[in-house]
Design a protein around this ligand. Structure first.
Ligand code: ATP
Ligand code: MG
Ligand code: NA
Ligand code: MG
Length: 308
């Protein structure tokens, strides 16, 4: 799912372990990224699928991979993106590595998708929450929780847009300068066919004081469940904040537009495969990533964010 990020970000080096309890897809350095651009190694069936296989990468095994990167002196990273993890010692190793990589490159941007749960329930062990709160989130530059994850991290429920804004400010206080709540249950002014995402980016004003840009964006809802959309969102936000580092509104519009194009292509294809009157199966709903290459690189903007 992260190939989009690898392809879209020049000079990014991604260590990525994809969905599924840290089953590693690959560790690529920049030079190798050129070679694998847009070649789909495959969505590794893991979390979100009925069956999954493969080995869980341990903290020590991750450290060994990192040692190899250091020995070869390819430890200069511009971006790091992390997602699903279900083990505290693995997550603590990730923290140690990112701290070191930030020393090697102080302008490294760490994008953290604090994957913990959805719709009121945690799907990782509860002991990950304090690690995210106390160690991971303070290191993050960009954070992409869904509503439930944002509520867990701040201890504050979101019932109104004002709550959402306050939660994003609390998250800023914990570390990240850019926060996007990738979806919330807040009612959309356009009706119940839309999901609402909220974003906030800290800005330093010319007089040196801090403020923030807050935005709200309506996402057209599709009646299906997809696997990997959270990953794709985080990857696209990384790519578009690279191009628009001080313009969260544009970065979010591009990100959500990519999501729209990929999801639309996916659901259209899935419905064709399923045939009239049938609900598409999970296999038919695999995200049409490669087929969406042109839209990912240059998405026609289909949504406008509102500045709050
Ligand atoms: P995941 O379960 O993959 O980790 P998440 O809960 O972290 O996801 P969400 O906020 O649910 O993240 O979804 C991320 C993005 O995916 C949304 O902002 C939206 O753009 C898109 N998306 C997911 N499901 C749908 C859907 N059914 N219809 C439209 N857009 C969707
Ligand atoms: Mg969700
Ligand atoms: Na998310
Ligand atoms: Mg998620």
């Amino acid at each position: 799912h992260f190939h989009a990020a690898v392809g879209a970000v020049r000079s990014a080096v991604c260590v990525f372990w994809s969905r599924g309890d840290g089953v590693p897809c690959a560790v690529y350095s920049e030079s190798r990224c050129q070679g694998i651009r847009w070649e789909q190694v495959g969505n590794i069936p893991a979390a979100g699928y009925a069956h999954w296989k493969g080995q869980v990468l341990t903290a020590e095994e991750l450290n060994v991979l990192y040692e190899g990167i250091k020995l070869n002196k390819v430890n200069h990273y511009d971006y790091i993106l992390t997602g699903y993890s279900r083990d505290t010692s693995f997550l603590e190793m990730v923290v140690d590595i990112i701290q070191e990589l930030k020393k090697a490159n102080p302008s490294l941007v760490y994008v953290c998708d604090p994957v913990m749960g959805d719709h009121g329930a945690m799907y990782v062990p509860e002991n990950l929450l304090p690690v995210y709160k106390n160690k991971v989130v303070p290191l993050a530059d960009i954070l992409t929780p869904n509503q439930f994850e944002a509520e867990l991290l701040t201890g504050k429920k979101i019932n109104t847009e004002k709550d959402g804004v306050e939660v994003m400010d609390l998250l800023h206080k914990m570390g990240p300068d850019t926060v996007v709540l990738t979806s919330t249950d807040l009612p959309s002014k356009n009706g119940d066919q839309f999901l609402v995402a909220l974003g906030s980016q800290k800005i330093v004003k010319p007089d040196g004081t801090n403020s923030s840009q807050k935005i709200c964006i309506d996402i057209p809802k599709v009646d299906a469940v997809f696997v990997g959309t959270g990953d794709l969102f985080a990857a696209m936000l990384l790519a578009w904040t690279h191009h628009h580092p001080n313009d969260l509104k544009t970065a979010c519009e591009k990100t959500v537009s990519v999501m729209h194009h990929v999801i639309k292509r996916t659901i259209t294809h899935a419905r064709e495969l399923a045939g009239p009157g049938n609900r598409p199966s999970p296999a038919q709903l695999e995200l049409r990533m490669v087929q969406s290459k042109a839209d990912i690189e240059n998405p026609a903007t289909v949504v406008e964010a509102k500045v709050l």
